[in-house]
Design a protein around this ligand. Structure first.
Ligand SMILES: [Zn+2]
Length: 381
């Protein structure tokens, strides 16, 4: 099985390299817009659809007309044409027509990895050196990078690199392909996971991972700012000021949230062999309305996404039980369904039959674990 991982680094180009990156960004934008215009024209006049191949064939002629196009990495120009084709494919699916790009909507370019063997000398256009923390990119030579401090080596082979610019910062994302040897592990450690109302994640071992305090802080700040925004005159200077502040805080919140979730999911996948969760249900999301729905929605699906792909990477098993399984109503001690348990604001409830006092979330996590186990008995043979 092949898996794909992206590693994103901060990039430190010198003055000359910066100029070349900026130029490449400009050239790829130019190609994108020119090809889009040509495609539209041809279609309007003759009802002919220009393909990716047609566009690639026109590159040499364009380079003759605009010699500055030859100064940059030529691979970046072809990947731009692929992107345009992709944008049209998206259009047939989503009805979002490809737009002309400006500095704000296209500030990155991609280059594919090429390996050449010439006179017994190996040439690679992208080289990542994790020991010295440098990267070599086409036409740009060596540049300092920062990120993944503890990683000395990355497994797999490079597929491509995307260079991007944000305000005056440069980044490079390197996509790796890795061959994963598929081993069928017979699970010895099984965990059920309830995605919580107050706590983010509750395990059948009784562990609870709550939303970190700084996350709650950002959420509160956003709420306050939104209240503030509603009092401003729409379109006024202050209105945009507050709006920008909200945007900034959202970004900080998003980063903080992703960092926290990564830590939790990494721990759970490392410590267990079979990880069982519920499929996300809108019902549960509505129950979380004490927070903004947008926020909790994103967190829960991100947890599931990470658990799933990290399990795959580590050859662990991941399973989601049916949305309609009443995990919060069944008593995990005696298996009785307590249908009257509907008030989810209660932290604890007492089983009508065995009188056991159940912690709402841990009880649900244990039920999720058993239901997942019953559906996965084949893994143990
Ligand atoms: Zn009971």
């Amino acid at each position: 099985m092949k898996i794909y991982k992206t590693y994103k680094f901060r990039l430190y180009p010198n003055k000359i390299q910066q100029e070349l990156i900026n130029k490449t960004l400009g050239c790829t934008r130019f190609i994108y817009n020119t090809m889009l215009y040509e495609k539209e024209k041809l279609y309007k006049q003759n009802k002919i659809t220009k393909t990716k191949k047609d566009c690639i064939k026109e590159l040499p002629l364009l380079k003759q007309t605009y010699p500055w196009l030859t100064e940059i990495d030529s691979m970046a120009l072809s990947t731009t044409i692929f992107d345009l084709e992709e944008a049209f494919k998206n259009f047939y699916r989503t009805k979002h027509y490809p737009k002309y790009k400006d500095k704000y909507s296209k500030n990155s370019y991609r280059t594919n990895y090429i390996k050449n063997n010439y006179k017994n000398k190996i040439y690679e256009n992208i080289k990542l050196d994790m020991t010295n923390k440098t990267i070599t990119l086409p036409k740009l030579k060596n540049m300092k990078i920062r990120g993944y401090r503890k990683t000395k080596e990355i497994k797999g082979r490079i597929i491509n690199a995307t260079i991007s610019k944000k305000i005056n910062r440069y980044y490079v994302s390197v996509l790796y392909e890795e061959d994963l040897e598929e081993k069928n592990i017979i699970p010895t450690k099984v965990v059920g996971i309830d995605l919580g109302v107050k706590d983010l994640v509750i395990t059948s071992f009784g562990e609870k991972y709550e939303n970190k305090k700084y996350i709650t802080k950002y959420e509160k700040r956003i709420k306050n700012l939104q209240k503030w925004l509603s009092k401003k005159v729409k379109g006024s200077k202050n209105y945009y000021k507050v709006k920008n502040k909200i945007k900034e805080t959202y970004k900080k919140l998003k980063n903080a949230r992703i960092y926290t979730i990564h830590k939790i999911t990494k721990k759970i996948v490392n410590e267990n062999d079979l990880i069982i969760t519920e499929k996300l249900q809108t019902k549960k999301l509505i129950e979380r309305k004490e927070m903004s729905k947008y926020i909790s929605d994103a967190s829960l699906s991100e947890i599931i996404r990470q658990l799933e792909y990290k399990s795959k990477w580590k050859n662990k098993h991941f399973y989601q039980i049916d949305t309609y399984y009443p995990s919060s109503q069944i008593c995990s001690h005696c298996n009785t369904k307590n249908e009257e348990i509907k008030d989810l604001s209660k932290r604890n409830w007492t089983c009508s039959k065995c009188k056991n006092e159940n912690d709402r979330d841990i009880n649900a996590a244990i039920n999720i674990m058993w239901e997942g186990l019953i559906n996965n008995t084949k893994l143990f043979t």
